[in-house]
Design a protein around this ligand. Sequence first.
Ligand code: FE2
Length: 424
Amino acid sequence: MSFDLLLKGGILPDGATADIAIEKGRIAAVESNITADAAETIDVSGNLVSPPFIDPHFHMDATLSYGNPRINASGTLLEGISLWGELKPLQSEEEIEQRALSYCDWAASMGLLAIRSHVDTSDEDGLKGVRALLSVRDRVKDYITLQLVAFPQDGFYRSPTARDCTLKALDMGVDVVGGIPHFERTMADGRRSVTELCEIAAERGLRVDMHCDETDDPLSRHIEQLAYETQRLGLQGRVAGSHLTSMHSMDNYYVSKLLPLMAEAQVAAIPNPLINITLQGRHDTYPKRRGLTRVPEMLSYGIRVGFGQDCVLDPWYSLGTADMLDVAFMGLHVAQMTSPADMRRCYDMVTVESAAIMGLESYGLAKGCKADLVVLDAGSPVEAVRLRATRLLVVAGGRVIARHQPDETVLSIKGRPATVKRRV
Ligand code: FE2
């Protein structure tokens, strides 16, 4: 028996040590001591071997556009939306595609091998992005699973063209139905948009992922309607509410009613810690609200939560490196998830939990799963979060697609060791 690739001695996320054999793009065996030959054998002993990172919320049509045509001076969500409106007519389909491909290179190098990206479907300018990202989805499919969400950024009803263009995008092959109820003209229009978009998803057999209540207004409660429509239309387990930042500011009694309704409807939540902590609370003086939704409370009700990245170098966020460990690190801090179990859950929220939200099949390290994985310069998931660990090796579809050197600093201090590693 000869395998294509054999990884020896890695530490699995549960702490066990195992060899992993890969054959024809699939994991063929996960055992303690595999002695069979392989075309390539790599010693990964002492290093964490993990299923790949997953980003369940991104905007790939806007990424790497920072500063074009100007920066977001106020730092608010609303100025970001205006700025995006200025940029859209200026960018060509080819430019969007090239930026997206560059970003996918970054993602691949970071072991980020599945991304759910929203794509603006407000107007014909947005459809340039749809065409570009459909092409990118195909071009990167051997190493990144790209799932696209039809996202009427300017409001499904508020924009005169968004409804038609959103339907057109779904006809063109966009995977998921999106929305932005808190940006419609009235609360009533927001509720109505949730209903119609969920009906569209139910008719077409698609998943739903709405930007929902991305505001500090505690009365923005469209998540309630989203849970209701999920239940009414039989979409349980196929619907996510992204951001949900208003929940941070909601009345506690109301939240105690809302969370069981979300759990009952199996509506998942996708907070975006890097973005929520920078965009929200901008109208506050002090105390200044954090704007991250109630992550530990949702988890305590059994609601599935996946952390998203949302933005990298675009009208809404001036930083970012495609590192989902940055996202987990920020989420851990802002949600105060500091117990060992909670820190571990933060790692799961950028891997297994987000994979489940996206409905990825064959994800994981079990025999028969797709051979996508990442080897990290860390001994455990929590250490990976602490270090935002170097990706020593990225494997996609059974092939090594990226290699990095371990993180090590050469010291020149008399009487001290020559090198420093930050692992313990
Ligand atoms: Fe977003």
